[in-house]
Design a binder for this molecule. Sequence first.
Ligand SMILES: *Cc1c(COP(=O)(O)O)cnc(C)c1O
Ligand SMILES: [Zn+2]
Length: 377
Amino acid sequence: MFVCPRCGKRYPAQEPHWRCTCGSYLNWERPARFDRDSIVLSDYSIWRYRHVLPLAPGVEPVSLGEGWTPLVPVDWHGCKIFFKLDYLCPSGSFKDRGTAVLVSQLKAWGIEKVVEDSSGNAGASLATYAARAGIDCTIYVPATASRGKLVQIALAGARLVRVPGSREDTTRAVLKAAETTFYASHNFSPLFVEGVKTLALELAEQLGWEAPERIIIPVGNGSLALGLAAGFRLLKDAGLVNRMPRLIAVQSAACAPLAAAFAAGRDEPVAVAKEQTIAEGIASMSPPRGRDVLSAVRASGGSFIAVAEEEIITALAELAACGLYVEPTSAAAAAALTKLAAEGDIRPGERVVAVLTGSGLKATDKLLELFADKLPL
Ligand SMILES: *Cc1c(COP(=O)(O)O)cnc(C)c1O
Ligand SMILES: [Zn+2]
């Protein structure tokens, strides 16, 4: 059942909807109960947790083997922590967890054509899974979007529509298209976050059915925060973990509407001016689920950290030197980790996980620019 958090309207899961008639995003009402015996042990992907995904039993997964990514112990600035290598998902970002679930449902609904607005990983992920499902896909991007990010989308066979003007103009254009074509929005549909919650289940299982004390995640629209909160709630309700991890949500200081709201004790994202940031995957000025994200982070006992551009670049180079080649957005999480380590905030023996969300191979053009004068190229 889809439920509108604003007006309370409910929609049966058999009907295709991407948002409420009142304009709000939708939530998924969770009757699911996690059961360890229902894990499909032979399936090394998100689908091993199929029994808690919001899909009817007959729905055929559209899958490329997403999920079950490595959890690697690393010594980071003197602290023993874990990195979760979600950038190893098929399209090169964690977004595949959500997209696989969303596209599986779209296919089951008989949707043949979708639109989406994203010049980044969400667009690449949707184009990838639409190709796998045989769904016709059009991605709206700002005319100024960097070409590096568009190659993957275009080669997957998606149509690109370049919209002149601001990012907001792109959103207006896709909403117009959504009047006649299904909008496979990873922000409005609840199916995306439901897929991301497999990250929590995986972490707990990989740690021998324990929750980490803290999880550090980059946050733009907040699907990782919401997915982790939902996943660990399932595990706690099932008695499989005895605590909810504290969520440490990381934003770029150049675009930090949620970090600013958290610092000011507010319930809603604060209006901010967006400055240029290399962490483009978390540069969301007005996250639609911002209120829920703030409340999930607060309820976990966690906090927000804003990191500067130089801190992100330094962390990216240090990660690469450990063999972890990620894009700048992902390096924001490691930059926050550096801050915590420097402040002596990480206790010996504390289990801390930082999620590395996107591959460095996506950002070759950006990395060439960033490191041009430091490399023998
Ligand atoms: C989308 C994205 C994020 C942020 O996810 P949100 O759901 O917007 O918070 C973080 N890292 C990478 C690499 C991304 O593509
Ligand atoms: Zn509504």
